[in-house]
Each structure stands twice: as C-alpha cells, then as structure tokens.
Design a protein around this ligand. Structure first.
Ligand code: G3P
Ligand code: CA
Length: 283
C-alpha cells in the first residue's frame, strides 16, 4: 500500500496512455489528458523533409502499416500510414476501430498545439520531449525542436520586460511546461546552448559511478533513471536529490514499482498506465 506521508510523484504518460491506445497518437495523448496525467512524454525524430514527428522506433514497421525508416520518409508519406490498427492485434481482446483522424502520424507541432490548448483552460499540463538518435543529425533535431518551441512561446522566455528597472534581463521569464530528455548528454548540451531556461533530463539505463555519486552532465537539472536502476540502487534517488536533482523514473507500470518510487520520494513516474497509477496514488 502507498504511504500517504510520502511525496506524491508527478504522473507522466509515456507515449500517451500507451497501454490503452496506440502509442504516440493523438488518441493516446487525448486519453492521457482525460485520465488526468500531469505530463505527457513523447519521442521525436526527423522526417526526410525535416519535420519532427512523434515516433519511438527508427522504423515505422512496428507501429504502422508501412515500412522503412522515419528518416527516409517524407511527412506526406507518413501521413498516408495507419498508426492505429496494430494496437490490440496480438492481444486477447478485440481491437477497437481507431478513428483514422486521431491515429495518423503525429507531428510535434500538433502535440504542442494540444498542450497549449489544454493549458489555456487553466490546467498545468507538462510535456517531456525525448530526442532520439540525435547524433545522426548533427544538431538538426535540437535546432528544429527549439525553433518550434520558440514559435509556441515555450522556451521559458515570455517577452521584453516592461518594468524599466534596469535588471539587465531583457526578458520576462516563466517556467516552461516543456522539458527535454535524452540519453545523449551532447544533445542536452545543444538544447541548453539554444534555450538555457529549458529544463533538461539525462536518461540512463544503468548506474554509472558518476551517476551514483549524484553527478549529472554539466547544466543538466533532472536525473532520468530506469526503474531497473532504481530497484538495484535505491540510494541513487536520495543521492541525486541531495545534489539538487529531481528524479524522474521510467517506465513504471507495475504497482510494486509505483510503491517503491513513492517510498523513495521520486519526483515523477513515467508510465504507460496513467489512470491505474493515479488511482494507486489515491488521486
Ligand atoms: O521516458 C524515458 C523512456 O521513454 C526512455 O525509453 O525506449 O521508451 O524511449 P524509451
Ligand atoms: Ca521515450
């Protein structure tokens, strides 16, 4: 049972509510919002014609009726594919008929629109964007990402200050609801250089000695360990937090792992099952 005295972590919908709906589709993100998730997680990749789309794998084979690498396909080609019908195919229950409107390829731009629209109603929904294979693109993923976030006013700067008090800061700053995650420290450094106010998360699957000492790459604010790392090295969480780094754990799907994260006081759990985790947390 969850002990109510402990800190309640933020609940982040991994690829949307991806247990219930096809991952990385509008259907999965809309469902996560409806279920009450605090934040959404998505992976981004560049298409052949330079658009950022939300797809996890290098190829579209697993999650669509098409074939080939995302990087070799143009957005129009991806838009012709069905990213919904695979879901439920191998499961006992019947696959629902997904609405093609909400299960076509999702651009990051469309997801940002959803984020902004949701927050316009007074809700504080956050978004964790993961850069996939950024080294292949020599900075293009991060440049496109920051360009897009700037267009939506989501880099943490909100405009020219009007107070005239000569603070030397030409911008008002407000915390962005967006953070950028990566397994690549180089990718995070590029993001920091382009948008210094955006929080960054260093993802890691295994505990390096550096991580176990509570050290992250320079400038990175948040630690993003796998649940396996946390199970094997529970002291990691307190070590990071003592060093001033919040801890966001992935992918936390079973109740025992949720309880462990609560006991350890982690700051966010990234899960395919936002509704079940929120219920377990008594929310
Ligand atoms: O949230 C981090 C997690 O998504 C990293 O693993 O493979 O699901 O992108 P993956
Ligand atoms: Ca991811």
């Amino acid at each position: 049972m969850t002990d109510a005295r402990h800190h309640t972590p933020q609940v982040v919908a991994h690829r949307g509510a991806s247990e219930a709906a096809p991952e990385h589709t509008l259907a999965a993100y809309a469902r996560a919002i409806e279920e009450g998730a605090d934040a959404l997680e998505c992976d981004v990749r560049l298409t052949a014609d330079g658009h950022l789309v939300c797809v996890h794998d290098r190829r579209v084979n697993r999650t669509s009726n098409g074939r080939g690498a995302v990087s070799a396909l143009e957005l129009a080609e991806l838009a012709a594919l069905d990213f919904g019908s695979w879901k439920g195919r191998d499961e006992a229950e019947e696959s629902p008929d997904w609405d093609p409107e909400t299960t076509s390829v999702l651009t990051l731009e469309r997801l940002l629109e959803l984020l902004v629209d949701t927050n316009a109603s007074g809700r504080r929904l956050e978004l964790a964007v993961e850069t996939k294979h950024p080294t292949r693109w020599a900075g293009q993923v991060e440049e496109r990402l920051i360009h897009l976030l700037e267009r939506f006013g989501l880099t943490g700067k909100t405009g020219v200050a009007e107070d005239g008090e000569g603070t030397g800061d030409p911008f008002r700053t407000a915390p962005s609801p967006v953070r950028v995650m990566s397994f690549s420290a180089r990718s995070l450094h590029r993001v920091q250089a382009l948008a210094p106010l955006l929080p960054t998360v260093h993802l890691t699957q295994f505990a390096s000695p550096r991580h176990r000492e509570g050290r992250l790459p320079p400038g990175v604010r948040i630690a993003g360990p796998s649940i396996r790392l946390v199970r094997n090295h529970p002291a990691y969480v307190a070590r990071m937090q003592e060093a001033g780094h919040p801890v966001h754990v992935w992918t936390v799907n079973n109740p025992a792992d949720v309880d462990l994260c609560v006991r350890l006081g982690v700051d966010a759990v990234i899960t395919n099952r936002p509704r079940a985790v929120l219920q377990q947390l008594g929310r």
